[in-house]
Write a protein that binds this ligand. Structure first.
Ligand code: ZN
Length: 110
């Protein structure tokens, strides 16, 4: 954790503990807003695991769209030799820690 020169956490705590409760509540509200903004920034910058192999990538809102080749899994198919089907668009988004995925096809369907 980076710390600012001149004001240590323990000094800040000592100073803030002398503040009035309304002042401390305003500080808490400000800090929560700062942390929410930081969390939102992290949320917007995540990448699905397959992102590097994708042909193309787009971000829309909280979703990441990847245009990527697909393996069908059928024995003896051309895709078994990395001659992939597609590429097709897939949408990825997060629900908590889970990454969800939805097939879109040749075009992104919104
Ligand atoms: Zn195949």
């Amino acid at each position: 954790m980076p710390h600012s020169p001149g004001l240590t956490l323990s000094t800040a705590k000592r100073l803030i503990s002398r503040w009035s409760l309304p002042q401390q509540r305003r500080l808490l509200a400000w800090l929560r807003a700062e942390l929410d903004a930081a969390d939102a920034a992290i949320e917007e910058n995540w990448s699905p695991p397959a992102a590097k192999a994708a042909v193309e990538q787009q971000r829309r809102g909280k979703s990441v769209f990847l245009r990527q080749g697909v393996k069908c899994g059928k024995a003896g198919c051309k895709c078994a030799d990395d001659n992939l089907h597609g590429p097709y668009w897939h949408e990825y988004w997060r629900e908590g820690r889970k990454v969800r995925k939805k097939y879109h096809g040749v075009e992104i369907r919104t």
